[in-house]
Structure formats: C-alpha cells, structure tokens
Design a protein around this ligand. Sequence first.
Ligand code: ACO
Length: 423
Amino acid sequence: MDTAKLILAGKEYEFPVVVGSEGEVGIDITTLRAKTGAITLDSGYGNTGSCKSSICFIDGEQGILRYRGYEIADLAEHASFVEVAHLLIYGELPNKDQLATFREKLTRHSMIHEDMKKFYEGYPPTAHPMAVLSSMAASLSTYYPPVPGEDSDQHIIRLLAKTKTIAAYAYKKSIGQPTIYPQNDLSYCANFLRMIHAVPCEEYQVNELWVKALNKLLILHADHEQNCSTSTVRIVGSSQANLYATISAGICALWGPLHGGANQSVLEMLEQIRSDGANYKKYVDMAKDKNSGFKLMGFGHRVYKNFDPRATILKKTCDEVLGQLGINDPLLDIAKKLEEVALNDSFFIERKLYPNVDFYSGIIYRAMGIPTNMFTVMFALGRLPGWIAHWKEQNEDSGSRINRPRQVYTGPTVRSFLPIEKR
Ligand code: ACO
C-alpha cells in the first residue's frame, strides 16, 4: 500500500501513501492540484492531515492518548506537569539535572515586568480572564521582542513561566484583590494556587491535595495533537509570527464553547439543571431535539468515538478529590446521572457521544475554589506546553510552508458593476 489511485474525468492519477509510526495512513496529495487542477474539499478538516508530527498520538476508536509515546494515564499518575512540559517541548522526559535546570529557569522568569501590571488597570473588573490572558500573552512581545533567527528557548521559558502569573493576576484583578508575587521555593502548581488564593493579610498554607489535583489536570490538558487551538497555533506560526502572538491566537481559539470554553459551559449547564429542579432527563431530551439549540456540553468529540481517556481519569480524580476534601457537590451528582442517562440512550450511543475532558474538570476546579470564568484559563495553562511544542516543531521543520488552504468558490460569477443610481 504505497500509492493511492484517483480517477478524475476518466484519467488516473497516482499519489504516494505515507504511513505514520502507529500505522496511520495518509494519502499525500501535495501534487494534487498541480497534476489534476482539482483540490480536496473537507470542511471541518475531519479527514485532513495538516502536518507530520511526533508530539502526540491519539487513537480515537481505541481511546488512546500518548505524549511522545508515553501513555497519558502513566504521565498523569507519576509525572509532574513541568516534566511533561519538558517532554512535549524538548522530546524527552528530563533527567534529574535537566529537570532541576528547567525548574530553576521557570522559577527565575515567573515575574512579569512591573509596567505590565498597569495594563490590568485598563480592563473592567468584568473582563473575561481569557481576553486578558490572550492580550497579555501578545503584549509580552512588546517587552521581550523576538528577533528573527535568534534562539527561541529564552522566549519559550519566559512564556511558560510568566503565563501562570499573568493568569493569576487577571483573576485577582477581577475580584479587586492585590496581586501576589510568585514565590521561588514553590512548585509550578503550588505557586499558581498561592497567587490565586493568598491575600497579603494572612499566612498562606499550600494545600497539597489541590497541588496534586492541579498537576494532574494540567498534564491531562497538555497536548491533543491538531485540535482547533493547536491548528490555530500552527496556522499563525506558519506566517512566522512571533511565539507570543502565535500563542495569543491559540488562547483565543481555545476560548470558544465548542473547544476549551466547554468547561465553563458544562458548569453553567449543571447549575442551570440544578436550579431547574435537577431534572436531568429533560436536558437529555433537549439535547436530542435538534430544534432546541441545546447540546450536552462536555459531551462528544471529533476524534474520540469510544471514550475520552482523559475523562475517565478525571471522573476518578473528581471522586477522590471531593471525597478527600469532604465536599458533597450536588453538581457532581447531576453530572453522573446525566452521564448515565446519556450513555444508555440510543441517540448518544449511535452517535458515539461520550463525556470529554471538559465534563468533570470544572467540578474539580470548583472544589479548589477556582471560579467558573477561570476554567478555560486553566485549560490554557495546561495546553501551553503543547502549543509551544507544535510551534517549535513547525519552526524547526525546514520543509514547512505558510499554511494556506484553498476553497471551492460558490458565489456569483463575474457581474458588471452598477452605479448607485441604477441599483
Ligand atoms: N449534545 C448533543 N448532540 C451532540 C453533541 C452534544 N454534545 N455533540 C454532537 N452531537 C450530535 C450532533 O448534533 C450530530 O448529530 P447528527 O449526526 O444527527 O447531525 C452528531 O452528534 C455528530 O456531531 P458533530 O457536531 O457533527 O461532531 P463534530 O465532530 O463536528 O463536533 C464537538 C465535536 C464540537 C465536540 C461536539 O460534539 C460538541 O459540540 N460537543 C459539545 C461541546 C464540547 O463539549 N466541546 C468540547 C470538546 S473537547 C475539547 O475541545 C477540549
């Protein structure tokens, strides 16, 4: 199986077949237009491979997710988020020395320029933290302007180190509290939680259970191959836009409720169901009714047609975290009942709709005292190493070109211009 044949207008054409390391088959149609004059049409890109990549492998039919060959469940159980970030960006898990150096760099670069703090004064308190995050990410390029051709590692470190500080400041600003500087003896996750929850008037105690849960959540979100935001990163990056601008675009793509914004929508949906008497069956029926305009948020996935392995881990984590914290969240009960009803309903079974990563994550964030409008920011913090890894991989690929899809035009054919008085 090394070539594929296409017959178009009675003429036969051959195209090479590319097989990935996990046996995934791609028909290389790079020469399609040159040879035939035709293009492919694949709205939503469900059948289009936009690049070769060695970062992340998903088998949606089997429910498999691996980062650089490592099973997601192993990484979530045994690794730290910083180790996973190293793995994604540099290709290998760090050894002890490499990890110490990487941690040290991430710690040293975690403050943001004092002048940048003034930007926060310009946003209304109601500003969505995703808007603030994307603006601030792009604004980093004004303080640390990348120079074409320079080593990008310093920018990668800065972005990774500073984004959690930027995110925490956005939250503090929204609740009118003073911002808290990062503390160098704390881990990445503990530092973030402290910057979110600490107040200057009292001692802050790190909650190790929250740190562990956050570490797991960030790892589970760290990469997911060519999803909407990562493809955005690759598209923007392909124009050689700088790293900060590129990631800012990725953050915006993630914000939408069909993508990372779903975690906020799930919680809002569960709240709505609770305030409506916890009648979850009514909402399952609404989701099945195409005219209702309602979807079960946190359900369904373009790639997973069996189960989302991240959701399985998160459901268990959710039970553990809430159990250990002694929290009895009625939204968790509603979520579980909703899942049970949906998974036994032919509408969801036939369409292979399962809970995705966003279904249970919000309930864990809620248990950590993180407000609903910060959920997608949490997703962005987790996804950051994945975006950076894809940007780096693309940048280092000497064969990569500017991403520029084509279209099948369906508008009017040529028309004569009519002056205004004749229209
Ligand atoms: N609730 C009800 N019906 C659904 C849902 C849902 N959550 N998701 C898909 N369907 C139905 C569709 O209406 C469609 O039905 P049809 O074949 O009768 O027309 C069928 O299932 C296939 O769905 P599509 O929308 O065509 O699937 P697609 O791959 O384009 O979209 C998506 C995937 C966007 C995730 C979709 O399932 C969805 O909107 N889910 C809810 C939002 C969500 O949870 N997003 C987070 C995804 S994970 C992530 O990005 C991190």
